[in-house]
Design a protein around this ligand. Sequence first.
Ligand code: SAH
Length: 346
Amino acid sequence: MNMLDKIIRDLIAAQGAISIASYMELALQHPEFGYYKKREPIGRTGDFITAPEVSQLFGEMLGVWCAEAWRTLGKPEPFALVELGPGRGTMMVDILRATINVGGFKDARKIYLVESDEALRARQKEVLGDVTYIDDLDQAPQMPLLIVANEFFDSLPVRQFEKTFRGWAERVVTVSGDALAIALRPLNEAEMLLIPQSFREAEPGKMFEFSPSAQAIVREAARALVSRKGKMLLIDYGYVAPSGASTVQALSNHVSTDILDRPGEVDLTAHVDFSTLTDIARAHGAKTSAIVGQGEFLTNCGIELRADALKKHATPKQAADIHAGLQRLIDDDQMGSLFKVVEITG
Ligand code: SAH
């Protein structure tokens, strides 16, 4: 048992079972013991590696996207380049380097970051220098926006529901003996509205999950993109059609563990529901592109040409690393198809 486990059990003793979303929120964001308070969650020595940490090619292709999106918008000046959940700041560093020779881009961009973690903010300021932090997209300035988000939405908490022989119930976290355990809390009639029509008649055992905060952020993004003009690129692992199973997972040291084990010490994520999020964006007046695999997106941006160019000036060892990074980003059996990309336009 760790400190946060004790805090969560005391909370449950005082107020009853909590939703999976509340549990995830505490485990990830608790001001003292939350996961992101750990010194270095991301990277080779951390619990997980993200695409920008795999290879500089990733951020460079995001730079290609930014330059093209900016051109399509009519090269607005100034415009806000916003990143949600920038982690170690690597992707933004690569975007800025890749766009340095795009005429006018550098002088027109103003960088805004959304980041809840103090330690990661310090790291971001170290590599990016002068940036402005905003709490949410409503605070973005009144100018055209380019918003990028990689592996941000998967870190937002989800609520989970399960069909039982007695109808739909919410999966909640409770205490059994002296350990945290999952229990089922039957839904009342009003709460049944949370279950989409397509799931109502599902077989017992089927699960449905959704992220209230991811939905709220996409709603806010769509409104901001429509009113200020602009585009957003959302990249994450996720699904187009839900599978009916839980996607919440815990990772510690690159190994998967029980989600109730050592809260605050392991990373908790859920797969992103691309079809629901794009439905929400469209319902708020934005347009959405087709949802494509990361491999296809990066290939269309020219990642293979860029890798070849880098290899020309590399040692054999460096060339092998560049090639391995490229394969990891685009291969279907690596990050190429589980990771998906969608563009939202205001
Ligand atoms: N985009 C980075 C980091 C991904 S990890 C990369 O690809 O490497 C998720 C990031 O989102 C971290 O920076 C984390 O601190 C931030 N984050 C998670 N939940 C957040 C929230 N609710 N509000 C703001 N930032 C959040």
